[in-house]
Design a binder for this molecule. Structure first.
Ligand code: A3P
Length: 270
């Protein structure tokens, strides 16, 4: 998707500012949800900005940046979004005070979400069947490569004070407390009624209705809205409606092997 020159520029020359915030995730992990939450937190819960400016301008895609000139005028603090893996992320991040919010989701639900998303995306003229996609996911044979490597790579940062990780499932289970934790990480002091506004305007239904966030404004040649919705189902555990018992056993086996060295129990496993 991105030229080697651009990726090299981003890795070696992109200037990370100390007050930047990056939302980082593997695709379909709840990235857009986090973008909306941060837009609202930045404005103390006031939804005017998130209802009037497209989400991709509120927290631009880091890997879409071609040169410093494109982004240098964005007023600090910038919120940028990225799906890039750890090993090719901006080197200057590691010597800065910039913050990263890493969002992680049950990978089985990612496969399901990706399956429906790929049907809408017009570059995939012939979307894969579910078993084909599942196999490619487990082999890491997809855009942004392996989910396992993505998570293991970024989780190397888990003890850094400028790195915060949270699961989609935690957002789902207790959005209010999640927003409070995110505010604390960002050093944003919102009162109870402002937190209520963040929760209200980042809900699944609010985002589904918000044309600035639901990707219905995107070019039809890129995302065919007749073939599905970007803000699709928004639930946890949809994999149970899609995986056979054999697929689930196979997934668990691969997961156990690939994640054996990562000593983190993610919330969805409880
Ligand atoms: P589903 O396809 O399972 O519904 P990303 O933004 O990383 O591409 O992730 C997209 C997934 O997040 C989709 O999952 C989408 O419906 C879900 N999502 C987006 N906004 C949400 C919200 N406010 N609440 C719950 N899920 C949301």
């Amino acid at each position: 998707m991105y030229s080697p020159e651009r990726l090299q520029y981003l890795e070696k020359d992109f200037h990370v500012r100390d007050d930047d915030v990056y939302i980082v995730s593997y695709p379909k992990s709840g990235t857009t949800w986090m973008m909306e939450i941060l837009s609202l937190i930045c404005k103390n819960g006031d939804p005017t900005w998130s209802k009037s400016i497209p989400i991709w301008l509120r927290s631009p895609w880091y890997e879409s940046i071609e040169g410093q000139s494109q982004i240098k005028d964005v007023v600090s603090p910038r919120v940028l979004t990225s799906h890039l893996p750890f090993h090719i992320f901006a080197k200057s991040y590691f010597t800065s005070k910039a913050k990263i919010i890493y969002i992680i989701r049950n990978p089985k639900d990612i496969v399901v979400s990706l399956f429906y998303f790929n049907k809408m995306i017009c570059i995939y003229k012939d979307p894969q069947s579910f078993p084909e996609l599942l196999e490619d996911f487990l082999q890491g044979n997809l855009l942004y490569n392996s989910w396992f490597d993505h998570v293991k790579g970024w989780m190397q940062m888990k003890d850094s004070i400028n790195f915060f990780y949270i699961t989609y499932e935690e957002l789902h289970t207790d959005i209010r407390n999640s927003v409070i934790r995110i505010c604390k990480f960002l050093g944003k002091d919102l009162d109870d009624s402002q937190i209520d506004l963040v929760v209200k305007h980042s809900s699944f239904n609010a985002m589904k209705e918000n044309k600035m966030s639901n990707y219905t404004m995107i070019n039809q040649d890129f995302m065919d809205q007749n073939k599905g919705s970007f803000i699709r189902k928004g639930i946890t555990g949809d994999w149970k409606n899609h995986f056979t018992i054999a697929q689930n056993d196979y997934f668990d086996e691969v997961y156990k092997e690939k994640m054996k060295d990562l000593n983190v129990n993610f919330f969805w496993e409880q």
